[in-house]
Design a binder for this molecule. Structure first.
Ligand code: MN
Length: 193
């Protein structure tokens, strides 16, 4: 296993061949864009929608405002079954993370003081209101973690803080081993600042 500052896992609901979740990671200059997208339900329809939304984010040029990216996804993909979308942009020169999310994607900044990054209720491509966006300062060694609802939300209150000393890959394995749900698509990205 080679060391990497980020790690991704995405696996399908046990009786489906494809995951309805899509995870995006892109790096450019000093910035990293990461997203977790959970298409409503599961199976091929959820997979098709979330992967097309992922393609759009992979091709996106302007990362200055993740809520604008979500607005664009909503315009392009409405009407559809809808998806939960969480997008984080890390700027390694400014040392900031900017996050916007709609629906049930969890986003955390884990470090000296842990912090949960807030999403707005709704569904991208289906039914959406004004999105809140937040920018937070980062410290070296902080961990950014985004996951779909195939990972139990009790992760945030019950995880072992010792895991923060581990590599992105090891943290990801820890999350799936202890907090994954069998009856949903499950995806997670771990990024170390
Ligand atoms: Mn789900």
């Amino acid at each position: 296993m080679t060391f990497s500052r980020y790690a991704i896992k995405n696996r399908a609901f046990w009786n489906e061949s494809v995951s309805g979740d899509t995870v995006v990671y892109q790096e450019r200059d000093s910035q990293a864009l990461m997203a977790v997208i959970d298409g409503a339900g599961h199976g091929i329809d959820a997979h098709n929608l979330s992967s097309k939304m992922g393609d759009f984010l992979n091709d996106s040029q302007d990362w200055s405002n993740p809520s604008q990216l979500i607005e664009q996804l909503h315009q392009i993909f409405s009407p559809s079954i809808g998806a939960a979308v969480g997008i984080a942009v890390v700027d390694n020169i400014q040392r900031t993370i900017t996050f916007a999310g709609v629906g049930n994607i969890s986003a955390y900044l884990l470090g000296f003081n842990d912090q949960s990054l807030t999403s707005t209720d709704g569904s991208v491509g289906y039914n959406m209101r004004k999105i809140s966006v937040s920018t937070t300062d980062l410290s070296a060694g902080d961990i950014v973690l985004l996951h779909s609802d195939g990972i139990q939300s009790r992760f945030y209150t019950q995880y072992d803080p010792d895991c923060k000393k581990q590599s992105a890959n090891e943290i990801l394995d820890y999350v799936f081993k202890n907090f994954e749900k069998q009856h949903d698509d499950a995806s997670c990205i771990v990024y170390r600042v």
